[in-house]
Design a protein around this ligand. Structure first.
Ligand code: G6Q
Length: 558
């Protein structure tokens, strides 16, 4: 191992979290705030709802139902300043290599920058390249949407299958679901990610290969799952169409690895590039979003990018006290550090956002699931919480019980839209009534007196009492559009950035994921080799449990 100095960022000169005066002050302050009830806080301040609501760039963000006072917010904002958040934001936009462990700049904000902006990576303005790829994607998307692009046998493409995993799957899949309302309905979209053959088999079982186009999405073009699925798809196409040459008409790629893409048989002209300064989980608005663009069309895709960009600019320029992602990130830090909250529930009251929590799980947990600081020391505080959730109102009939009456504190993000995309009778009012009612019930609960007043017998009252004081944010937007979706995703991206900055970790590497990519490689050749007798199977040198599992698998598999 060499003893080179680690690369530095502006965060390296910042004191460790526990030594920052604002953190210490928050510790003392929260010891008092913990005992306050939201009932009391609202009773004492009739304006609280308005005072702790921020309206900006099309989002209405009500954070009044959090266990905070004005002093809490003041201290959190001080913590942001003392943590170097301002400098770190500037460093990201300036293309500094803030992804320290991979020595990369972090420029997903450039993916949605308008043409006349300049953003530099290693002295090169990347915005023209970004727009070059977007234009190429747009041309291709129009060819598919309009039927000009023909399959090898001369048929129009009616099915798009995105093959990718992690960052090369979750974004496109979530965005397709979220924006289905705006999609071209005579094209079928499917997403294959799992190396479990079932995923591919089920996605293709009722499709005609002559009308199917695969988009192989992989930044590296080496990922085991994606390459396995891509090769299976290749066999499926070649078998159905009877010619290797069909591959060029039925496969395109989104990748940074031209050589491997070409080796696979995909024409470089049909490869849509991106760059190593785009992290996988931040790549849905790069070429990885090709399926999204085909679904909703280039114009609406650009509207989505404009939504992202509006939030980028808000994050970069708004003072912290009026900055949505900064406030949201600071509140997450608060509960994590001072209220022992281990998780955050994201609860969109919008059926089209049914995969949004799954998408956010990667964004948040792959980014901030780290226990080592940029300086290489182990943290002595909690970092990234577990994000989870389901769309409302479904969740209300299952896990909300625990949020209301369990022993764990779970801060919630409620997300709702004022206008329904599919107005049917009074469905939408019922949906939104549930958002408001849930947030209200969590905050205020139901006292034993209130329970008693409705005639509940004394023995039953404790079960029907709700303590309340359970915090939530409510985010309202006018309508789910491509633009709103972009704004919402960027809100979470920058909230993650804010949290990671306070914790002084590298939110942009993913060594845990890299580990998964190599571990299985070692075991693959040790599984059953049918051509060998039992005695000749490769020797096993794992721990006793792993060896036994592999032997059991081998014996049943044979
Ligand atoms: C994302 C991660 C990871 C990655 C996948 C797919 O930030 O790095 O989820 O996106 O492992 O990687 P490829 O795109 O290289 O196939």
């Amino acid at each position: 191992m060499t003893t080179q100095q680690p690369p530095r960022t502006s965060l390296h000169s910042i004191a460790p979290l526990r030594n920052r005066p604002a953190f210490k002050a928050l510790e003392e302050h929260c010891a008092k705030v913990r005992n306050l009830h939201l009932r009391q806080l609202f009773a004492e301040d009739p304006e609280r709802g308005e005072r702790f609501t921020l309206e900006a760039i099309g989002l209405y963000f009500d954070y009044s139902k959090n266990r905070i006072t004005s002093e809490t917010i003041r201290l959190l904002l001080e913590l942001a300043e003392q943590s170097g958040l301002r400098q770190h934001i500037d460093a990201m936009f300036a293309g500094e290599k803030i992804n320290v462990t991979e020595q990369r700049s972090v420029l997903h904000v450039a993916l949605r920058a308008p043409k006349d902006e300049q953003i530099f990576d290693d002295g090169v303005d990347v915005v023209p390249e970004v727009h070059g790829v977007l234009d190429k994607m747009a041309k291709f998307a129009e060819q598919i949407r309009g039927g000009a692009w023909k399959g090898y046998a001369g048929h129009r493409i009616r099915n798009i299958i995105n093959i990718g995993i992690g960052g090369s799957d979750l974004g496109p899949m979530m965005a397709y679901e979220a924006l289905k309302y705006y999609s071209q309905r005579d094209i079928t979209f499917r997403f294959v990610s799992n190396v479990d053959g079932t995923d591919f088999a089920e996605a293709t079982r009722d499709l005609n290969a002559e009308e199917t186009l695969f988009i192989v999405c992989s930044k590296t073009f080496t990922t085991l799952e994606t390459m396995t699925n891509a090769h299976t798809a290749r066999e499926w196409v070649v078998k159905a169409l009877g010619d290797e040459k069909a591959v060029a008409r039925h496969f395109v790629a989104a990748s940074t690895n031209t050589a491997t893409v070409e080796k696979f048989g995909i024409d470089a002209a049909n490869m849509f590039g991106f760059w190593d300064w785009v992290g996988g989980r931040y790549s849905m608005d790069s070429a990885i979003g090709l399926s999204t663009m085909i679904a909703i069309g280039p114009e609406q895709f650009r509207e989505m990018l404009a939504g992202f960009h509006t939030m980028d600019e808000h994050f970069r320029t708004a003072p912290f006290e009026g900055n949505l992602p900064v406030l949201m990130g600071l509140l997450a830090v608060l509960y994590n550090a001072f209220f022992d909250a281990q998780t955050v529930a994201v609860l969109p009251y919008e059926q089209y956002l049914n995969r949004f929590p799954a998408y956010l799980q990667q964004l948040t947990m792959e980014s901030n699931g780290k226990h080592v600081t940029l300086q290489g020391t182990r943290v002595d505080y909690q970092t990234g919480p577990i994000y989870w959730g389901e769309p409302g109102t479904n969740g209300q009939h299952s896990f909300y019980q625990l949020i209301h009456q369990g022993t764990k504190l779970i801060p919630c993000d409620f997300i709702g839209f004022v206008q329904a995309l599919n107005p049917l009778g009074n469905h939408h009012d019922l949906l939104l009534a549930n958002v408001f009612a849930q947030a209200e019930a969590l905050a205020f609960g139901r006292t034993p007196e209130e329970v008693g007043a409705d005639g509940t017998p004394e023995w039953l009252a404790p079960h029907r009492t709700f303590e309340g004081n359970r915090p939530s944010n409510t985010i309202l937007a006018e309508r789910l559009t491509p633009k709103t979706l972009g704004t919402l995703i960027a809100l979470y991206e920058h909230s993650v950035f804010t949290q990671g900055t306070i914790w002084q970790i590298d939110s942009f590497d993913q060594w845990g994921v890299e580990l998964g990519k190599v571990l299985a490689e070692r075991i693959i050749p040790e599984l059953v080799r049918p051509e060998l007798d039992n005695a000749d199977q490769p020797p096993l040198k794992h721990d006793n449990s792993t060896n036994a599992l592999i032997r059991h698998y081998r014996s049943l598999r044979r």
